[in-house]
Design a protein around this ligand. Structure first.
Ligand SMILES: [Zn+2]
Length: 428
């Protein structure tokens, strides 16, 4: 076929609940030329051919919530290593949070982030910075949001530091909306054992730790939902961790409130019990909750009450986590493992491969207006060839992040990215 540069033969494209269908993907000038039933007959002319039999064809994924630590904490991660983890994990669009040092509350920091991304990974993954809501994340004075949007910030968030003032939150939502951007809120009542990293319940009692109650998340989520209804403006709730917040979101959506939400693979797969034995690798904010919360979140992502999945990739150095539970920082790294972890839910029948495409690609790209491949002619040829049968050990050597602070360390996962293309060019 004239102009075809690449022909991917015999890959399996997920379709709803079924086993998927075998397809040939033809690419020209960085875009999808045609997606045809696998026949091996479509002439590809001079094109490079890839035999993708046995591999799953997915659009390149989007992570709307990562911490890449640059500038300021490059010993944990930098933009080059974070994007390496993204590229190998199947993520072509990465949105990075503003809690760097200095905070991303000025155009110069946004521009530095974008320059670092372009220098280290010129063909992508593409970096989309999230600007701070308030100066220095201090929660008092709004950041220069117009300047940040102009410099390339695609959303605004104080992630890591809850916004306790409802008035500041209200003004932030209004300004963000004027700029065509969405506010992402880290919901946590700062007066209720903030960032304790363990759920308030049976386990925290047993360990003698001050747990954070799930209602600390729901209280602030309720404030946001009520503001969103009052202002008739959108708000996006970060890393939802419990049934109580899921039920609040379902109620709000039933009233027509413009609320959207995200959760992470660790909240779908692990309970608070993972922190038994004071394992700081399971210390995360919000904390891992109960089995009942896990079940509620699985249902919520299936039904779209929770709209998207994110990693909340939060890398830390080994020496920071190898201390007493109380002293360790919160956070787990996730870019390397997210797709394989989500695929375990597909294998168990909890999610379909179609759900996975919706949660990791279609819905986040829709929410934040990012490039998306739906495999229609003219779409960007951003795709992943995923080998669902390939097992691998989660260990520092197999992770591309600088960090290895994951509660899945030492686990064997099934499913790995075999190749990742952006704009028709292989990035890994
Ligand atoms: Zn957060």
């Amino acid at each position: 076929m004239s102009g075809c540069q690449l022909a991917v033969r015999g890959a399996t494209l997920p379709d709803g609940r079924g086993k998927g269908r075998r397809v040939d993907l033809l690419v020209a000038r960085g875009k999808v030329l045609e997606l045809a039933p696998a026949a091996g007959k479509t002439p590809a002319g001079e094109a490079e051919e890839i035999d993708a039999s046995g591999l799953v064809l997915l659009p390149s994924l989007t992570d709307a919530h990562t911490h890449l630590r640059e500038p300021g904490y490059e010993y944990k991660e930098d933009i080059a290593s974070g994007l390496s983890a993204a590229a190998h994990g199947g993520f072509g669009n990465v949105m990075c949070m503003a809690n760097t040092n200095p905070v991303n509350d000025s155009a110069s920091v946004t521009e530095l982030m974008l320059d670092r991304a372009k220098d280290s990974w010129p063909r992508g993954p593409r970096l989309f910075p999230i600007g701070a809501l308030t100066r220095g994340l201090a929660g008092r004075e709004l950041a220069p949001m117009a300047e940040l949007a102009e410099a390339g910030c695609v959303a605004f968030s104080n992630d890591g530091v809850p916004v306790s003032s409802s008035e500041v939150m209200r003004r932030a939502m209004e300004y963000a909306s004027d700029l065509g951007r969405r506010v992402i809120d880290h919901c946590e009542d700062p007066s209720m054992n903030p960032a304790s990293g363990v759920n308030d319940g049976v386990l925290s009692g047993r360990l003698g730790l001050d747990g954070q109650p799930d209602v600390a998340e729901t209280i602030q989520a309720a404030r946001d939902v009520l503001l969103a209804e009052y202002l008739d403006l959108p708000v996006h709730l970060a890393h939802v961790s419990c049934r109580r917040t899921v039920e609040l979101i379902a109620w709000a959506k039933s009233r027509g409130v413009r609320v959207t939400a995200e959760t992470c693979p660790h909240y779908l797969l692990l309970t608070e019990e993972r922190a038994a034995g004071f394992d700081s690798l399971a210390k995360v904010n919000p904390p891992l909750r109960t089995r009942d919360d896990v079940l509620a979140l699985r249902q919520a992502v299936r039904e779209g009450v929770v709209d998207i999945l994110v990693t909340d990739h939060a890398p830390h150095a080994d020496c920071e986590k190898e201390v007493e539970f109380d002293a360790a920082p919160c956070g787990v790294c996730g870019l390397d493992t997210a797709l394989a972890l989500t695929w375990t839910l597909v294998r168990e029948g909890e999610l379909t491969a179609g759900d996975l495409v919706r949660l990791w690609a279609e819905a986040p790209c829709g929410l934040f207006d990012l490039p998306l491949n739906r495999f229609r002619p003219g779409d960007p040829a951003d795709f992943v060839l995923f080998d669902p049968g390939r097992s691998w050990l989660v260990c520092p050597d197999s992770l591309h992040s600088k960090a290895a602070n994951t509660p899945f360390l030492g686990r064997t996962l099934e499913g790995r990215v075999r190749a990742h293309f952006l704009g028709g060019r292989k990035i890994v």
